[in-house]
Design a protein. Sequence first.
Length: 140
Amino acid sequence: MAKAKKIPPAPHPPLAEEPVASYLPAVAEFTYRKFKKIADLVPFTQAEWAGILHLSERTLQRYAKNNGSFEGIYTDRILQLQELIETGLVTFSSPEAFYQWLKKDKHVMGHVLNFNSLSAGRGIQETINQLVRIQQGVYA
């Protein structure tokens, strides 16, 4: 009986390396002052920001008092909201008009989008998608 010839495994292609350094410093050093610049673009109340970020108002006040750095999970949410706000301000004539639009229920592809949708990452992304549709003239 002949010995079976062992075939060496095929070499794996190298994994794509992500430039980690490009975004980690922003996450590590995202202070309240940076957040405040974003927050000042829209007329959200402190209670609304606290709800969106899943923080208590008191914790948000502590960040403000000490110009504290947000933890990564909060920074990620703030940056996602920054994208939403920038897209909304391009879409609408004023921050107030954008805010009023966010407050209204919108039936989009079987889902209801409103201000409460901003408490979840998926809701934020769906709202951004809807703003882009509006910019492109697609209102469905």
